[in-house]
Design a protein around this ligand. Structure first.
Ligand code: NAD
Length: 337
């Protein structure tokens, strides 16, 4: 009965440290006997006219077909005539929610040891709609778009996430006192969805107050849902609460249930190719991919092995104050498995 058919998932190793940390994921999955078969796709060096970017049509088709994938960091190429890789993925796969779990890692000391929250960011509109123009010389305008459809969709995702992950509270983060129409509509949609989830406590918190509360006592929050720009800022603030970029995973959720997990960090050109990168963020992203596939035992085992390795403190990469290489740290995780 253990001879299950492998599940196919797309893997973009990405640029810079991407291939090194993707290798770490492959090794850990092998050690944990995860029934996944990777379909690897690389970022090309030529524009594919079908996507107008360095990502091939086949690579996007692979994610659509598999419904799940893991993405390493992609460097934004300098130059014109093509779309940013991350923007292409977001638009083509309609990745409407970015989910970032953020919890204190046991044994790795930061200012806080009680962080356990999830930020859910609307990923398709708001101030990031790309609608900016000059009205007259010296006056420019940027359009903030909030739609009922996108707001309901992300709110629904947040409440469903809370319910299925044993969370008790959803906080909608906003500035509706000033942005009455846009954030007002976002809140209205959150309220509508909240009514369908009476078991989840719903609250609304103004963004400035939210920042103050987060740095004072992050334990005040559980699941946070918010429009695009606020999500961009708040999720980085939250990453800072637990120890930085080498540690923080995320997952993009798209139309039709697509899940494309990725680390929050970039390609780290300063340490690329030096066997120094911390693979934890990508590994924890791969864990969220496994949870999406309901492979909870594998996810738990891998997560425990990562956390135990870090907590033990014998093998840590340089960003966490240690001297281990990426490969030593990976081997230590595999040994814990
Ligand atoms: P970065 O995240 O790559 O690096 C910032 C700093 O954090 C560097 O000092 C780096 O060494 C360190 N760092 C990052 N990840 C680490 C890890 N896993 N282990 C140890 N140290 C780590 O940010 P940047 O330098 O601003 O961006 C570099 C490139 O990455 C740019 O081309 C940018 O466009 C791209 N980028 C891509 C994504 C993405 O694909 N989602 C996100 C951010 C940046």
């Amino acid at each position: 009965s253990s001879a299950t058919t492998p599940i196919r998932a797309t893997l973009f190793p990405g640029d810079g440290i991407g291939p090194e940390i993707a290798e770490s994921v492959k090794q850990v999955f092998q050690a944990a006997e995860v029934p996944i078969e990777w379909e690897e796709h690389y970022v090309g060096d030529q524009i594919d006219p079908r996507t107008q970017s360095f990502l091939t049509w086949e690579s996007l088709e692979s994610v659509r077909r598999n419904g799940v994938g893991l993405k390493g960091p992609m460097a934004t190429p300098i130059g014109k005539g093509h779309r940013s890789l991350n923007l292409t993925l977001r638009k083509e796969l309609n990745l409407y929610a970015n989910v970032r779990p953020c919890y204190s890692l046991p044994g790795y000391k930061t200012r806080y040891d009680n962080v356990n929250l999830i930020t859910i960011r609307e990923n398709t509109e708001g101030e990031y709609s790309g609608l900016e123009h000059q009205v007259v010389r010296g006056v420019v305008e940027s359009l903030k778009i909030i739609t009922r459809q996108a707001s309901l969709r992300v709110a629904e995702y947040a409440f469903h996430y809370a319910k299925t992950h044993g969370r008790e509270r959803v906080s909608a983060i906003h500035k509706a006192n000033i942005m009455q129409k846009t954030d007002g509509l976002f809140l209205k949609c959150c309220r509508e969805v909240a009514e369908k989830y009476p078991e989840i406590t719903y609250e609304e918190v103004v963004i400035d107050n939210c920042c103050m509360m987060l740095v004072k006592n992050p334990a005040l929050f559980d699941v946070l849902v918010m429009p695009n720009l606020y999500g961009d800022i708040i999720s980085d603030l939250c990453a800072g609460l637990i120890g930085g970029l080498g540690l923080t995973p995320s997952c993009n959720i798209g139309e039709g249930g697509i899940a494309l997990a990725e680390a929050v960090h970039g390609s780290a050109p300063d340490i690329a190719g030096k066997n120094m990168a911390n693979p934890t963020a990508l590994l924890l992203s791969s864990v969220s991919m496994l949870r999406h596939l309901k492979l909870h035992d594998k996810a738990d085992r891998i997560q425990d092995a990562i956390l135990n390795t870090i907590a033990e403190g014998k093998f840590r990469t340089a960003d966490l104050g240690g001297t281990s290489t990426t490969t030593d740290f990976t081997k230590a995780i595999c040994d814990h498995l």
